[in-house]
Design a protein around this ligand. Structure first.
Ligand code: DQA
Length: 142
């Protein structure tokens, strides 16, 4: 059974209440329940932290044994050399995701320290961005 993990960075614990026009009205728990129900034939773990070092430790912990990481590092995407280095250091492929279209927003959101070492980047499809990333790990044969 494939083993994936969704890792969410700062403020994503507030999904559903935080700027719903941008990030939707589903809570993180509701969203994870729906994803796990839909993809019940694979193991999908989840980790969320508002703390940069905790995100780095989790990436290191799972980064040599899991089949894929779906990473929304949120604001740290645009600032964290440390998370970028962690993604580079591991062997598990990482797909960077964003709910909003970061390229349609402020200039500082156009920069990513993760993208250069990611397998790919999925941006701007709402919560579906996560689902597209999961599917990318399932469609190896294409
Ligand atoms: C985000 C985009 C980031 O720029 C922002 O800081 C977030 C969420 C997104 O999923 O659209 O917190 O990663």
């Amino acid at each position: 059974m494939k083993k994936l993990i969704i890792i969410n960075g700062p403020n994503l614990n507030l999904l559903g209440t935080r700027e719903p026009d941008l990030y939707g009205s589903l809570s993180l728990v509701e969203f994870l329940d729906a994803i796990k129900a839909k993809y019940h034939n694979i193991e999908i773990d989840h980790f969320q932290s508002n703390i940069e070092g905790e995100l780095i430790s989790k990436i290191q912990e799972v980064g040599f044994s899991y089949d894929g990481i779906v990473l929304n590092a949120a604001a740290y995407t645009h600032t964290s050399v440390g998370i970028g280095d962690a993604v580079k250091a591991i062997t598990t492929p990482v797909v960077e995701v964003h709910i909003s279209n970061t390229f349609a927003r402020e200039d500082f959101r156009h920069q990513s320290y993760i993208a250069p070492n990611a397998k790919g980047v999925i941006v701007g499809f709402g919560l579906q961005s996560y689902e597209l990333a999961i599917q990318s790990f399932l469609n190896d044969a294409l």
